[in-house]
Design a protein around this ligand. Structure first.
Ligand code: OAD
Length: 251
C-alpha cells in the first residue's frame, strides 16, 4: 500500500500545474531548516523575549538599547543563515512559470538569496537600518560591524527597517500583497501560525476570489479547518521537494 498522503500531494501538484498562477505566503516556519528560530512555541523568540517589552515601536522609542539586545541576537543568527531546500524549491517553481510571487512575513532575505525574483517583504527587512530622525538608510551588515547599537551619522540609534508591533505595514507591500493575493489561482501558505494580522487575513482574500488554499505546515493553524483546502502536513523542505517531484512528471 502506498503512502496515504501521496494522494493529497498529487492533488496539490495537479492544481498548481493546471492553474499555473500560484502565490506563496511564507512565515518563520520556512526558515526553521536554515537555523532561524520561530517566534511562537517553546523554542520561539517570544518565549525568551516578551514581544511587548522588546518588539513594539513604543519599546524601541523608549529604550532602543534594550531592544537592540534582542535585535543583536537576531542579527547574529541571520548573518549565518543560508537558504534551505524549501527556499530553493519556491525559486524553482517561479522559474517553471508556476509561482508568480512570494509574500513573506520573514525579514531574513533568504527567498531572494535562493533566487526568487518577485518577493514582497510584508514585514520589511533586517537587511537595512533606518534613522527615525533624518530617515537615512544604511545596509545592516556594514553598519553593525561598527558596533551595536548602530548609530546614524546624526547620532541617533538606528532601527532595522522591519515592522515592529504597533507599526503599519509598508503601504506598497500591503497593496502589492493584496493584489497578488486576489489575483492568484492557488495560495501556498507555508510555515506561518497565522496569528498576526493583517498577514493572517491574506488567505481569506485569495479564497474569496476563488483560489485554492494549500497549507504546508507540520502543525494545524487557525486556517486549517476554516480556509485551507489541502493541508500538506510536513516540513516545508520535504513538502516542496515532493510537490516538485510530481510537478516535473506532469508539467
Ligand atoms: P510563528 O513562529 O508564529 O509560526 C511558525 C509556524 O511554522 C508554526 O505554525 C509552525 O508549526 C510552522 N513550522 C515549524 N517548522 C516548520 C517547517 N520546517 N516547515 C513548515 N512549517 C513549519 O511565525 P510566523 O507565523 O511567521 O512579526 O509569525 C508571524 C509574525 O509574528 C512574524 O512575522 C513576526 C511575529 O511576531 C513581527 O515581528 C511583526
Amino acid at each position: 500500500m502506498g503512502d496515504p498522503r501521496e494522494k493529497i500531494f498529487r492533488e496539490a501538484a495537479g492544481t498548481l500545474a493546471a492553474r499555473r498562477n500560484a502565490v506563496a505566503l511564507t512565515g518563520a516556519g520556512i526558515s526553521v531548516e536554515s537555523g532561524i528560530p520561530m517566534f511562537r512555541g517553546t523554542q520561539g523568540m517570544w518565549e525568551k523575549y516578551d514581544p511587548m517589552e522588546y518588539a513594539t515601536i513604543g519599546a524601541f522609542l523608549r529604550d532602543p538599547e534594550k531592544v537592540w539586545a534582542m535585535l543583536a541576537e537576531m542579527v547574529e543568527v541571520l548573518s549565518r543563515a543560508v537558504p534551505n531546500p524549501a527556499h530553493f524549491g519556491l525559486a524553482k517553481m517561479e522559474k517553471m512559470g508556476l509561482l508568480r510571487s512570494i509574500i513573506t512575513q520573514n525579514v531574513d532575505g533568504l527567498h531572494q538569496a535562493a533566487g526568487s525574483q518577485r518577493v514582497i517583504e510584508f514585514h520589511g527587512s533586517a537587511g537595512e537600518l533606518i534613522c527615525l530622525s533624518c530617515w537615512n538608510r544604511y545596509p545592516s551588515p556594514e553598519k553593525i560591524r561598527d558596533g551595536i547599537p548602530p548609530r546614524c551619522e546624526c547620532g541617533r540609534i538606528l532601527k532595522p527597517n522591519l515592522v515592529l508591533f504597533g507599526e503599519p505595514i509598508p503601504w506598497t507591500a500591503q497593496e502589492e500583497a493584496e493584489s497578488e493575493a486576489e489575483g492568484c489561482g492557488v495560495l501556498l501558505v507555508i510555515g506561518t501560525s497565522a496569528q498576526v494580522a493583517p498577514a493572517c487575513d491574506i488567505p481569506r482574500l485569495s479564497k474569496r476570489k476563488g483560489a485554492v488554499i494549500v497549507e504546508i505546515n507540520p502543525e494545524e493553524t487557525p486556517l486549517t479547518y476554516s480556509v485551507t483546502d489541502l493541508h500538506l502536513r510536513e516540513k516545508a523542505g520535504d513538502a516542496i521537494f515532493r510537490l516538485l517531484k510530481f510537478l516535473r512528471q506532469i508539467s
